[in-house]
Design a protein around this ligand. Structure first.
Ligand code: ADE
Ligand code: ZN
Length: 326
């Protein structure tokens, strides 16, 4: 359609994408074979059929099992390259990627292997596809703060390649306050700070992420809309929200995409963006998310252009890079 053409033509940044969540079943099966790792799927089709989760924890269980096939530098390089090639077709010109080092070091994969693979592919993506990048190290919130602090310290040899620290995994029962000291340390080390909050968790978790983690960007944030004072605060801060429509649908954060709060966020003056979260698991990459939410909410060209512009404004690009992109 006309709108799909308009969306395709918009240069975009993606700000909320977990690299391990871009592991397509085909690559998972191929890497399982290459590395002799057992997975409970005989084929990519079987894996896809198993992706029937309806809440965050059910997804996460499959996500951590899926990433167990990633063992070598080449695996991380293949994973990252596949994502970049795919998102280049959606006219992404800048990406800020999450990765979960604890999901790998726990399994005995050294951080150097992870980092060499990912950064090698990112550098190649910059050279060959013209896609600029930032990396955000995510801390798994279902583990202890002490383990998270150890993961943060272990990453310091790679400090020059990591722009920020994030917080992901099981939200309920693991409030932001659990990681207050870790985020203070991250700030002292000069990292930018982001956190998943208000995906399944209540508005209070978003307030905690602001007050106690001092976040620079809010991942998801959907449930902030339940609290008008919080909305006003986010608007006043011009806090960027990295919203993930197809993820929200798949994990039942919204019942139907037509009920999605994205337009209400824009109308409230919030700096919302569109992102894919875990595209291999949630049924779509960046462009799919734009197209699906446009159709569901009948978003206008102006609204779509605002979303794409927000993706650069909310990015961790330099001011000069932002200027060039917008
Ligand atoms: N890890 C990967 N994707 C996630 C999500 N949507 N929420 C929390 N943790 C995640
Ligand atoms: Zn996420």
């Amino acid at each position: 359609t006309d709108m799909d053409g308009f969306i395709a033509g918009l240069p975009k940044a993606e700000l909320h994408m977990h690299l391990e969540g871009s592991l397509e079943p085909e690559l998972m099966v191929a890497l399982a074979r290459r590395n002799g790792v057992e997975i409970p799927y005989a084929s990519a089709e079987q894996a896809r059929r198993a992706y029937a989760f309806t809440q965050l924890q059910d997804f996460l269980d499959l996500y951590y099992r899926g990433m167990s096939v990633l063992k070598t530098e080449q695996d991380f390089r293949d994973l990252t390259s596949a994502y970049l090639e795919r998102v280049a077709r959606d006219n992404a010109i800048h990406v800020e990627l999450f990765f979960d080092p604890q999901g790998h070091t726990e399994r005995g994969v050294p951080l150097d292997v992870v980092m060499r693979g990912i950064t090698g592919a990112l550098d190649e993506g910059q050279r060959k596809l013209g896609i600029s990048h930032r990396l955000i190290l995510c801390i798994l919130r279902h583990l202890s703060e002490k383990e998270g602090l150890e993961a943060l310290e272990a990453a310091l040899p790679w400090r020059h390649r990591i722009v920020g620290v994030g917080l992901d995994s099981s939200e309920k029962g693991h409030p932001p306050a659990k990681f207050e000291r870790l985020f203070r340390r991250a700030g002292e080390l000069g990292f930018l700070r982001v956190a998943h909050a208000g995906e399944e968790g209540p508005p209070a978790y978003v307030r905690e992420a602001l007050d106690r983690l001092r976040i620079d960007r809010l991942d998801h944030g959907n449930r902030s809309l339940e609290d008008p004072a919080l909305v006003e605060r986010l608007r006043h801060l011009q806090m960027t929200l990295t919203v993930c429509p197809l993820s929200n649908l798949k994990l039942k954060v919204v019942e139907r995409l037509e009920d999605h709060p994205l337009r209400r966020m824009l109308q409230a003056g919030l700096r919302a963006t569109v992102n894919s979260d875990d595209p291999a698991y949630f049924g779509g990459y960046l462009g799919d998310n734009y197209r699906a939410i446009q159709k569901a909410l009948s978003l206008t060209r102006d609204e779509l252009a605002t979303l794409a512009r927000n993706s650069f404004l909310g990015s961790f690009m330099t001011e000069a890079e932002k200027k060039a992109a917008i």
